[in-house]
Each structure stands twice: as C-alpha cells, then as structure tokens.
Write a protein that binds this ligand. Structure first.
Ligand code: CP
Ligand code: NVA
Length: 319
C-alpha cells in the first residue's frame, strides 16, 4: 500500500486543490449552521508531531481531527525518543502501527520526506523550513471566499523568500494566480521553486515573479501578504534581518498602490510595526483572523481527502 502524502503544495493537482477548497467551504458552512457534519475519522487516530512551536497549526489540527470523529495525539518531539536521537524512519515505522496519519512540523524538508518514505500511513507537512502547504490552502480558501475567484488575481508577498513564500508561489500558480514576491537581494525564494511555479502557471495561466522593489511589486495587487522576517530557527539572524528587510514592511504606503479593494494577509504570528504596520494589520483590509480560522476548515478537508484515499487502499487490500 502506498499512502497518499501532502508534503508540498504540488502533491495535489490543480483540480484536487479546487475540489478540496470546495469541501473546506462546505465544512465551514456546516459548522456555522451547527449542521450534522461527516465523521470520516471515526475510530481513527492521528499523531501530530511538533519539532517547532505552534499555536494555530497545533490547535486547528487537534480540533480538526476531533471534529472529524478521530482521536488526535499531539506530541512535542523533545518529550519523545525523537528528541534523544531515535531515527525518523524508526519513528515513522512504529507510529504507522498505531495511527492512521502523521502530521509533522519540523526543520529540513528532508525530514518530512524521510518520515513519508518510511511511513505506511499518510504524512502531512505542517511546516518545514521549505514549505507551509497547509497555510497556503487556508489562504486560498480565504481569498476565494472574499474575492469569489482565484484565477487572474495578483498576490504580492513582501519579505523573506521563505517557506510561506514558496507555498504561496506553488499553490497560487496552481490556482491560476499571479504571485509577485519582493525580497531583498540574497533572501529571494529558491530558483527551483520559482521555475516550478512558472511551469505550473504555463498550464493554469498563473505566474510567479521575483522582484526587489516593494512598491512596484504591490502596484495594483488584489492581495498583499507578508510573514515574519526571521523564521523559527533563524533567531540569531534577527538583528541583521531587521535592517535588511526595512524597505519591505507592509505599511500604508504599500496599501496605497494596491487595488482599492485589496485585502491584507499575514499567516501569523505577526510583529506589529516590524514586518507590518499596526495600522494595516489591525485595519479594515486585514483578513488575518479569517485566514487563521480557515486553517481548521482547510485541514479538515485535507484530512478527509487523504484518509478517504487511505481507506480505499485498505479496503482494496482486504478484498
Ligand atoms: N501560521 C501558523 O502556522 O501559525 P503557528 O506557528 O501558530 O502554527
Ligand atoms: N515563516 C514562519 C512561518 C510561521 C508560521 C516560520 O517558519 O517561522
């Protein structure tokens, strides 16, 4: 049996991404109306492993698994044998005997990939240094519900060409969006990600563009987005980054050149008056708490899809 993993945005096709967003919308509506929701994880368990801190991802996955009828087990790697050097492969093999899926937040993308290659259950990337694909799904859901579409919209991301930027480029291109990333020289997204996003865009009508001028990148944008200047694991670079990234702050000047109905996004946690001005983060265009809420709905949809595929595999094996 080969389990279906979600390690990078491109592990879904564009059509699957759109269907998943539709399901996330339906799950959100049902929850709001207090309707009867499906419980595809009844009798199943999901391990949530955190090698870095988290508020949103941890809570939203925990609640998502429980609302789908499953049993979430949240683990800080430091309190397990992983923290004492047990290999990721042995951990994956053991967990696969207990649980029906593994969600992991870690450092190198290679750790997520090694977990997936040794696991016999679906593995989900809950953020690595390279990508944050669950965040991008919630972001697309948010943009689509507020703008009614994704294809043809311009999303401008200012700041570090990091995990969040990579996922927005890939997931955005898959949805037919133009994604502009304005970063200081030396902090751009990886070339290979930009190339892949443009290859996808050649089919979907999307595009990924790396720029260095924040105002040029933000001109006529439909969505303005930023993230922290120093990601988890880069704390010793905070001072240098605070200087280098100054021209990329998402502030009123940036908002002025975007479209009059542009929305402002940040994956959170945010630093007011550092990467984003307090007035913009707390202002009328900001949709940051809708984004945070949609982590729950998008991840419920993701778990439903991946575990549905897994149960199809299991029943065909049993037959
Ligand atoms: N946006 C996000 O992933 O937040 P957490 O680090 O709190 O999970
Ligand atoms: N780029 C940030 C995202 C936090 C959700 C980090 O990796 O720390």
């Amino acid at each position: 049996m080969t389990a279906r993993h979600f390690l990078l945005d491109t592990d879904l096709t564009s059509a699957e991404q759109a269907a998943l967003l539709d399901l996330a919308d339906r799950l959100k509506a049902t929850r709001r109306e207090r309707g009867t929701a499906p419980r595809p994880l009844e009798g199943r368990s999901v391990a949530l492993i955190f090698e870095k801190p988290s508020t949103r991802t941890r809570l939203s996955f925990d609640v998502a698994v429980a609302e789908l009828g499953g049993h979430p087990i949240v683990i800080d790697s430091a309190s397990t044998q992983l923290g004492r050097g047990e290999t990721i492969e042995d951990t994956a093999a053991v967990l696969s005997r207990y649980v029906d899926a593994i969600v992991i937040r870690t450092f190198a993308q290679e750790r997520v990939e090694r977990m997936a290659s040794a696991a016999t259950v679906p593995v989900i990337n809950a953020l690595s240094d390279h990508a944050h694909p669950c965040q991008a799904l919630a972001d697309l859901q948010t943009i689509r519900e507020l703008r009614g579409r994704l294809a043809g919209l311009t999303l401008t991301y200012l700041g570090d060409g990091n995990n969040v930027a990579h996922s927005l480029m890939l997931a955005g291109a898959m949805a037919g969006m133009r994604v502009h990333v304005a970063s200081p020289p030396g902090y751009e997204p990886f070339d290979q990600v930009v190339r892949q996003a443009n290859e996808i865009g050649a089919v979907t009508g999307g595009e990924a563009l790396v720029m260095h001028d924040a105002l040029e990148a933000a001109t006529d944008a439909d969505v303005l987005y930023t993230d922290v200047w120093a990601s988890m694991g880069q704390d010793d670079e905070s001072d240098t980054r605070a200087l280098v990234f100054q021209p990329y702050r998402l502030d009123e000047k940036v908002v002025e050149v975007a479209r009059p109905d542009a929305i402002v996004m940040h994956c959170l946690p945010a630093h007011r008056d550092v990467e984003i001005s307090a007035a913009v983060l707390d202002g009328p265009r900001s949709v940051v708490f809708d984004q945070a809420e949609n982590r729950l709905h998008a991840q419920k949809a993701l778990l439903s899809v991946l575990l549905d595929d897994a149960s199809d595999d299991a029943s065909s094996e049993a037959a």
